[in-house]
Design a protein around this ligand. Structure first.
Ligand code: CP
Length: 316
């Protein structure tokens, strides 16, 4: 694997292999081995043009647990704020000697531009680009679902027949798109549930069903209910008129959570708007995987960095 830009590009075998390597990385963690020497001498740059808590911190933890050197770059406080281009930023990183670049950018397609530009010869990982994709989020979500379903017997398993309802702001969600492609590749059945105003204009070819009634979706007792963050910063009042109205119609309220079956799991990629798209009772319940998702993110990102930057790059 040369770069990780999209889950749409991942074959079923490549996706399962990445999840299996993440299982191995997780085993290392539970054996309380603090670090692996695998990426000693490599440099990973976290290149973040948008805010992040989970993704940036877990990539940093993952790289350090593999003994890589880590450089954290935030657009705020850098020469980007003086107008420096992505090309000049990338060429600066190339001169410093980056082997891997983890990039988050507000423009959809920026990681692909970096990967194909020739400005820098490094493995590129997309850590979220505009409304396009967030592949490592989808991989950690799939890892978390597989773990909940199969426990310690997860290796080699797909998600065949698992029914996943993804609820909320699909229009602005790169998490929804990456999950759609990956879950479909792994054999899961995806249903999107959202207000009509928050469905993208062109969903032809998307391997999912669409619904507008969350109560009806809850009645089908999906295996997984994945709540999406309302991305208020990316929408106008025309899309999002009223918080209380949204919560009543589209939120995982206490009442809806109580109606979910005993084995249904509740997911959220974070950051959560508690009381808006998800109630605190649902978010903090034993059926919530929110904290597991964060923990599993380190294992999945260790696997991605290992597959891109170790000697296994071409065969992964
Ligand atoms: N899920 C996610 O991408 O969170 P951050 O924005 O905090 O990285």
């Amino acid at each position: 694997m040369r770069h990780l830009l999209s889950t749409k590009d991942l074959s079923r075998d490549a996706a399962i292999r990445l999840l299996d390597v993440a299982e191995d990385m997780s085993d290392v963690a539970t054996r309380e081995v603090k670090k692996l020497p695998t990426l000693r001498g490599k440099t990973v740059v976290n290149l973040f043009f948008e805010d992040s808590t989970r993704t940036r911190i877990s990539f940093e933890a993952a790289a350090k647990r593999l003994s890589a050197d880590v450089i954290n770059f935030s657009a705020k406080g850098s020469s980007v704020s003086k107008g420096e281009s992505l090309k000049d930023t990338a060429q600066t990183l190339a001169e410093i000697g980056a082997d891997g670049v983890v990039i988050r950018h507000p423009a959809s397609g920026a990681p692909a531009v970096l990967a194909s530009s020739g400005w820098i010869d490094a493995g590129i990982i997309n850590a979220g680009d505009g409304t396009h994709e967030h592949p490592t989020q989808a991989l950690l979500d799939a890892f978390t679902i597989r773990r909940r379903l199969h426990g310690s017997a997860s290796r080699g398993k797909s998600l065949d027949g698992v029914r996943v309802a993804i609820v909320g702001d699909i229009l602005h969600s790169r998490v929804a798109r990456s999950n759609l492609w990956l879950l479909n590749t792994l054999g899961a059945e995806v249903t999107f549930v959202s207000p009509p105003t928050l469905v993208p204009a062109d969903v032809s070819g998307w391997p999912a069903t669409f619904g507008f009634d969350l109560d009806a979706a809850i009645d089908t007792q999906p295996d997984v209910v994945m709540m999406l963050r309302i991305q208020a910063e990316r929408m106008s009042a025309a899309f999002f008129p009223n918080s209380r109205e949204y919560s009543r119609a589209w939120g995982l309220t206490d009442a809806r959570f109580d109606r979910l079956g005993p084995v249904s799991i509740v997911m959220h990629p974070g950051p959560m708007n508690r009381g808006l798209e998800i109630s605190s009772a649902a978010a903090d319940s034993a059926r919530s995987t929110v904290r597991e998702q964060v923990a599993n993110g380190v294992s999945v990102r260790m696997a991605a960095l290992y597959l891109l930057l170790s000697g296994d790059r071409e065969n992964a």
